[in-house]
Design a protein around this ligand. Structure first.
Ligand SMILES: [Zn+2]
Ligand SMILES: [Zn+2]
Ligand SMILES: [Zn+2]
Ligand SMILES: [Zn+2]
Length: 298
């Protein structure tokens, strides 16, 4: 209990002194960094290094822990070290490093995606997860592709590494043919990229199950942000033998995962029976012609 008392004293008395100390320093850093960036960069980096967990090297966020000898540790690592300080092997206990947490609070760091915004330490991470300049994930569905990049990198990657068909123009007439019955039934997804209005759109086509019912779905994704995607509309049409299904929709940003869009059924859904009817023949092969158009809403 007395130990608890001591800890409490440490926790509550120090930050008050440190708060002034720290904010003064941070003002100094900001002032001088504007005056002479080269000169002060190291001191900001030193603080930055202090905020790296010595065990996992990730930046630490509250609660930041320390051992009785002052070695710091992130809360994630703390849960893994069985109460033993990885630096000096003394008993870790439950001591928070409020001083360092306050130092972190005083820091302002630039977004690492290059949007030129500067953020308080604790909101930087959150911003970076939503920054519109953060890289996009590869929109190629169905594979576990981990490539990320900006739009032009991704378009080149789709073309070169996934051999995706590229088409210029805002109207299309696309044929999906699967003559192997196994492929007709299984999730054979396909992707085509359209260049139009100087932007790129991905047309997805794949088989999946809506509950128990086998269906095909086709939808358009926009390679860009959601707010831009909303400026466009598209239509899809599929049919044969005097019957026709049409769909009009708004392309979805590739920020939304392919699976999320598919599961929300935001596209042209064709029951497999109907698709095979449209395909004619022996109903064991898929021969669909999807006609589409992309336009800009005024
Ligand atoms: Zn750690
Ligand atoms: Zn230690
Ligand atoms: Zn940013
Ligand atoms: Zn990829």
């Amino acid at each position: 209990m007395t130990r608890g008392g001591v800890c409490k004293e440490v926790i509550e008395s120090h930050p008050k002194i440190l708060r002034h100390d720290v904010s003064d320093k941070s003002i100094n850093i900001t002032k001088t960094s504007r005056a002479n960036e080269k000169h002060t960069m190291p001191s900001t980096n030193v603080v930055y290094e202090l905020l790296e967990c010595p065990m996992c090297t990730k930046l630490m966020y509250p609660p930041i822990h320390q051992c009785p000898n002052g070695h710091t540790l992130c809360s994630n690592c703390k849960s893994k070290v069985h109460n033993c300080c990885p630096s000096c092997h003394s008993e870790l206990g439950n001591i928070r490093c409020l001083a360092l947490e306050k130092v972190a609070e005083s820091l302002e760091l630039p977004c690492r995606h290059g949007c030129h915004d500067i953020f308080p330490y604790y909101s930087k991470l959150k911003h970076e997860q939503n920054c519109r300049f953060r890289p996009y994930n590869c929109p190629y569905a169905g594979s576990k592709c981990s490539v990320t990049g900006d739009i032009s990198n991704l378009v080149a990657h789709l073309k070169n590494d996934h051999n995706v068909d590229m088409h210029d123009g805002c109207t299309f007439n696309h044929r999906y043919v699967k003559s192997n019955p196994h492929e007709v039934e299984n999730a054979t997804w396909m992707l085509t990229v359209f260049n139009c209005y100087g932007r790129q759109f991905c047309l997805h086509f794949e088989a999946f199950h809506l509950g128990m019912a086998p269906v095909y779905i086709s939808f358009l994704r926009f390679i860009g942000e959601d707010n831009e995607a909303k400026n466009f509309s598209y239509s899809l049409e599929v049919g044969g033998y005097g019957r026709k299904l049409t769909w009009q929709g708004v392309p979805r940003s590739i920020r939304d995962s392919h699976q999320k869009i598919r599961d929300s059924q935001d596209g042209l859904i064709i029951p497999r029976k109907l698709a095979l009817f449209f395909s004619g023949g022996n109903r064991k092969e898929l021969k669909l012609r999807v006609i589409g158009r992309i336009w800009k809403e005024q």
